[in-house]
Design a binder for this molecule. Sequence first.
Ligand SMILES: *Cc1c(COP(=O)(O)O)cnc(C)c1O
Length: 373
Amino acid sequence: MASPIPQTDPKAGYLELQADIDAAVARVLAGGWYILGKEVSAFEAEFAAWNGNAHGIGVANGTDALVLALRGLGIGAGDMVATVSHTAVATVAAIELTGATPILIDIEADSYCMDPAALEAAFAREGGRIKAVVPVHLYGHPADIDAIAALARNHGAKVLEDCSQAHGAAIGGRKVGTFGEIAAYSLYPTKNLGALGDGGVVTTDDATLAQRIRELREYGWRDRYISATAGMNSRLDELQAAILRAKLPHLDHDNGRRRAVAAHYDSALANSGLRLPAVRAGTTHVYHQYVVRAADREGLRARLREGGIATNVHYPAPVHLQPAYQGRTPVGPAGMAATEAAQGEILSLPMFPQLARADAERVTEAILAALRA
Ligand SMILES: *Cc1c(COP(=O)(O)O)cnc(C)c1O
């Protein structure tokens, strides 16, 4: 049988840059400075510059990046924060970790991102209680951030962009993470920019906000050992920062290779009957995931598995229907029709920069054969 095709492959990303990454690791080990040193500072500056932001703050993971961004904005107990239910549960968990209450908003059926009309309905019902909005640029496609930010501004709410799946996604050439007050990114190994362990980063153009988050990530220290505010420990370590610095120069190229895989999927599956990802005009999709909709998803998945092709579901249950949240987490007045309609049909195909053309062709041939059967 042909070799298995994984759905994602962070090790392939390591092997491709092994010499550079190994040298970066050796440099840190020999340097003798392991936490918040020059590698983290350099990564923060390089990532912020690459994204088009004034400031970057390295943190321990994407969840903490969201928590710290919200805390930096002054969000806490008694506040409501609007986000989507169709996301990694981390987005919603982070809101609750600040003490705030999430309110979950439906998505647009085509982009899988927050529906501005549904957000507007939530503002109409909750008014000034909603202090922040957290749109998620899911699967690497930008949310309708102009509409969302305009609504937030009209209602005095701040915008935190969850860019954890969208490093490099853009609208009119302007990268996500530059539209709201602040943005959070996971650097988990499978993300478009991934560490070889946990990592996260926050970006903003607001120097005061950046300074507040720098303090909050390390016990609220302004001067060493003296907490000016009550903070936490969420530091990016030097090893991961050095690895990320080796990978960042390749991110644009890697996103281009993801788009090439997507272009093959688009053309080979155009007449398959599957619903393929839509790309809003003027936006740059970075295909963290390539998600199709199949009426008989489980049947298709099983056939692909027989052919050694791994797929995944992002995510099998929306947050508002998960045991930890069901029945207690408020949902916006527009309901959850688009979110719930997607859940049983979405399927993430193999997608990573190193996926060979021949393997992408094997995927589409197997899908077409399965659909004919
Ligand atoms: C991965 C992810 C997170 C969480 O990041 P961690 O680094 O795992 O804490 C948050 N939001 C979204 C949309 C994600 O995809």
